[in-house]
Write a protein that binds this ligand. Sequence first.
Ligand SMILES: [Zn+2]
Length: 413
Amino acid sequence: MSAAPPRIDADRLLKRLDAFAAVGATPRGGVDRQALTVGDREVRAMLAGLGVARGFTVEQDAAANLFLRRSGTDGALPPLLLGSHLDTQPTGGRFDGALGVLAGFEVLEALEDAGVATRRAVELAVWTNEEGSRFLPGCLGSQAFAAGALSPEWAGRHGPDGARLGDELAATLDALPGAALRPLGRPISAYLELHIEQGPVLEREGLAIGAVTGIQGTRWLEVTITGAAAHAGTTPPAYRRDPMVAAAAALHRLAGVMARDGLARLTVGRIRAEPGSINAVPERVVLTLDLRHPDAEALDAIERMVREELGQAATEARCEASATVVFDMAPVAFDAAMVALVEASAAVAGHASRRLVSGAFHDALFLARLAPAAMIFVPCRDGISHNEAEFVEPRFAVAGAETLLEATLRAAV
Ligand SMILES: [Zn+2]
């Protein structure tokens, strides 16, 4: 251990964020650097080059996940893994993903600069295709790492630009010939991911750091309410079987119940009346429900309540309702000791924090299946993300990196 403790070089980190944001920069100040494109390959090569220059081991796997490892003193121990992603949405921002990767690299450099020896190796992972905007599924790289394999049907999928996923993966691997290919998956001791909050809570409360306790579950239902088409002018209410009346009644009651649970979220993002004539009672109303809750049992209870309310409202309007689950992602609770470690690390770094649940998916969801995991959130302006206007105050980017460094020092011993 050297005399001086390791410290984050704020200037170096902020300049790196600028340099990486220049790759795929959009005229309106955002970034378009979708997964496995030429731009994605360029930033992977930039990071690999920085890693080689610092003497770190650079490897990649069949999912084109990229790894930079700073060795520990005990090679028999599984490494501590830090990570995030470098791909963006088509009109994405400068910080979503890139902040976690570049802060992770800054942590490795800070350890190196101070000559700090950690018992475990500290490894930085860049996960492939977190966003899922060009190819499905999102979080492809972290899912493959957690499963130890690529799903066979992924390679044949095509993006909206016509590109085939298997071809783009191969070209991305070929573009980095200096990085040795290693098997998918590997034992790790723990996982830490720094990310922007993508919501308004930390900013509104004036806090620099969020200690993320978990990622809420998401369940999507497609609901069909069937009645009978009728003339809009000649059919009195008593003779109608109007599915829109049933939908309105059910949604009104559900919104009231959901508003009383501060953690529950219910969203109708799509609704369609069929046949869709301005002067006819519709025969059918089809709508989507996006349900979210951090607790699995609560999410089940919400689905039951939704089905009951829909059934009752449909009966009152002399209609029939059915609902099908079309997507189901279970919630994950992060390891309690890791969440406490993040809180303690924020305090040591001098930053106020609070606990919060992530409303969005992250690669950490899949890493939490392998090892104790946790996330560090920093505020972003107005909670805006997946948007070219996304912005993180430099002091919050630095606070996130400082918290990540303190957590790394504690987890890598
Ligand atoms: Zn992200």
